[in-house]
Design a protein around this ligand. Structure first.
Ligand code: F6R
Length: 613
């Protein structure tokens, strides 16, 4: 989704801005642009296509400005084109603006501005913003230092929807203004220079100190000062947050693609996420929650709400909480939950999972459940992200920055954290015998080396990928926890290889989809639950009889049974097996995508952080 970068300092801004945009490329975009404050006013350089193209624009090397804003656009209003690219200027070329989010009432605002003589050059919702700022600026008869902030404030009061906005103006050539509501934006604090970004990894090589804005908070930046204001323009104080991620964690580190690097980082991501949560011979450590038995006992049901891969992690969380705590859990898709008027109240615990912590639907769903009196708990990978600030409670996965659009290490880290959370609940509630709990804990601690082992399947998987990469349809089957893995494996394949795939609970096959099985169709099955081996094997035989080409990922000793390829993975507790069994499926989608010559890290039409509905 759109990305924002800003720089204010003493160095030439344009190379820093373009470099920052390159680091945001993974978010997905179709056009890019920058604006700097030059001696003779504001300059804007932009075009559709890759960020790299900005280097070739006439005059880009002549820019001398040391303050600038930059943007990668992911089209919502108006097709990808130079005119629709950001930054946008007002009619008098006095204000340059970049914006992430969606202005829902832009038609009304456009009409208002047109009635007041303003002309529009793009089809975007964003272009109303610099013009509204100009409108309010020119109406304001006071010439004090807050005049521009007032114009931005009045503008933001008119905007409905979501926004992260950066403004530079010829009237304040040594400043920059930023404000946000429901769209991500972070401020990196440097030494005599400051940075703006949509997310932390893009500016990690410049600073590890960040300020995070809440909704409707402004920052007025100069080279060596950052002042914060609330929506009424009262000055507010903000704490700087230091981020532990290393800059190299956001590099490819010798791997061909971020996705491959992130797949191979999973043993460590799991190790980091387990962290100190499983102290020896002691209960799970969640001192960030510290729930009492009385507090947990009041919840008669739980919801786990998320989108995409994070929702699939939630499905594993449901199985763990229901099994270990005996509390019913519903998993819901955030974009459905938020419009369904869900039946929740003060006796409901709603758990929200989001790697980025910025997914618009997940944040909206969280706000809804808070308004209905439920207790909310966020699970995120990004410290200080919006969701973690909205929720009553928050716990973190420690997967490190995830750059590839297709989520891998964040997913397995979410699954492990949800399992540890379920164990913690069970310990507090006393709902499971201690021996069962310590058996699972032991298995959790062994997971990093089991993932290492599963990664060794890469060679055989690559071979299988070469055989099937031209297929049009692929089916994934599983039962119980393995059905969740089938869903996630299928999503990975669609996302980065553009092959149509479907995941089915294996027992559902004969209720319809088996009609699609014909000679040569690939069917991938996962078998890790010993209680369901026979059942799933029978379903696989049904597709083999109809000519399917089959691959099975399993931690059981299966007879070959005419299965074409069997990928063996290490055995573990059934609740944890999705963390190991997904590894060959992540590798499979990766190698198929490579075989097809596709851009693995930046698949078409997708964005890393989905900050609009
Ligand atoms: C798939 C993928 C997406 C995200 C979804 C939620 O590989 O990455 O399905 O899982 O967009 O994103 P977060 O977790 O940031 O809320």
């Amino acid at each position: 989704m759109c990305g924002i970068i800003g720089y204010i300092g003493n160095q030439k801004a344009s190379p820093i801005l373009i470099n920052g945009l390159l680091r945001l490329e993974y978010r997905g975009y179709d056009s890019a642009g920058i604006s700097t404050i030059e001696k003779n006013g504001l300059s804007v350089m932009k075009d559709k296509g890759r960020v790299q193209n900005l280097y070739n624009l006439d005059g880009i090397n002549d820019l001398e400005g040391t303050i600038g804003i930059a943007h990668t656009r992911w089209a919502t209003h108006g097709k990808p084109s130079k005119e629709n690219s950001h930054p946008h200027l007002d009619n008098s070329n006095s204000f340059a603006v970049v914006h992430n989010g969606i202005i829902e009432n832009y038609n009304d605002l456009r009409k208002f501005l047109s009635d007041n003589g303003y002309i529009f050059h793009s089809q975007t919702d964003t272009e109303v913003i610099p013009n509204l700022i100009h409108y309010y600026y020119s109406k304001d008869k006071n010439n004090d230092e807050l005049k521009i902030l007032r114009a931005v404030q009045s503008t933001c009061k008119d905007l409905k929807g979501s926004f992260a906005i950066q403004v530079i103006t010829k009237y304040m050539p040594d400043n920059m203004i930023v404000i946000r509501k429901d769209s991500p934006l972070v401020i990196g604090k440097g030494n005599g220079e400051n940075y703006i970004s949509s997310d932390i990894p893009a500016i990690l090589s410049f600073t590890k100190d960040f300020y995070l804005l809440n909704d409707y908070e402004f920052a007025l930046l100069s080279r060596d000062k950052i002042e914060f204001y609330d929506m009424d323009l009262n000055k507010i104080k903000k704490e700087v947050k230091s981020i532990e991620w290393s800059a190299s964690a956001a590099d490819k580190n010798g791997y061909e693609d971020y996705m491959l690097k992130e797949i191979f980082e999973q043993p460590n991501a799991i190790r980091e996420t387990i962290g100190s949560r499983l102290p020896e011979n002691e209960p799970c450590n969640f001192d960030d929650l510290n729930f009492s038995k009385e507090f947990l006992s009041k919840f008669n049901k739980m919801y786990i709400v998320a989108c995409g891969t994070a929702m699939h992690a939630g499905l594993s969380g449901k199985i763990a909480i229901e099994k270990l705590c005996n509390i019913p859990v519903t998993v819901d898709i955030a974009s459905e939950f938020r419009y369904r008027n869900p039946i929740i109240d003060k006796n409901t615990l709603c758990i929200y999972i989001s790697q980025s912590g910025e997914t618009a639907d997940t944040i909206a769903a969280l706000k809804l459940s808070k308004a209905k009196g439920a207790t909310t708990l966020a699970v995120s990978n990004v410290i200080g992200s919006s969701i973690t600030r909205e929720a009553d409670y928050c716990i973190y996965t420690h997967a490190g920055p995830e750059i590839a659009v297709a989520s891998t290490k964040a997913y397995t880290s979410q699954v492990i954290l949800l399992n540890i959370l379920a164990l913690y609940f069970a310990e507090v509630l006393g709902s499971v015998p201690a021996e069962e709990i310590s058996k699972i804990k032991k298995e959790i601690l062994a997971l990093p080396s089991k993932i290492d082992e599963a990664l060794k399947s890469a060679k055989s998987i690559k071979k299988f990928a070469k055989k099937i990469y031209l297929q049009k349809d692929v089916f994934f089957l599983g039962r119980g926890v393995d059905y969740n893995t089938a869903l996630e494996g299928s999503l990975k394949l669609k996302e980065i290889s553009y092959i149509h795939s479907e995941a089915y609970a294996a027992g559902e096959l004969k209720h319809g989809p088996i009609a699609l099985i014909e000679n040569g169709v690939t069917v991938i099955s996962i078998i890790t639950d010993e209680n369901l081996v026979e059942k799933t094997i029978s379903n696989i035989q049904e597709v083999i009889t109809r000519g399917a080409n089959t691959l099975v990922v399993t931690n059981k000793n299966l007879p070959s049974n005419n299965i074409n390829t069997i990928i063996e993975i290490p055995d573990t507790h059934v609740l944890l097996s999705p963390i190991v069994s997904i590894i060959p499926l992540q590798l499979l989608s990766y190698y198929i995508s490579k075989e097809k010559g596709l851009d693995v890290d930046k698949p078409r039409n997708l964005a890393k952080s989905v900050t609009v509905e």
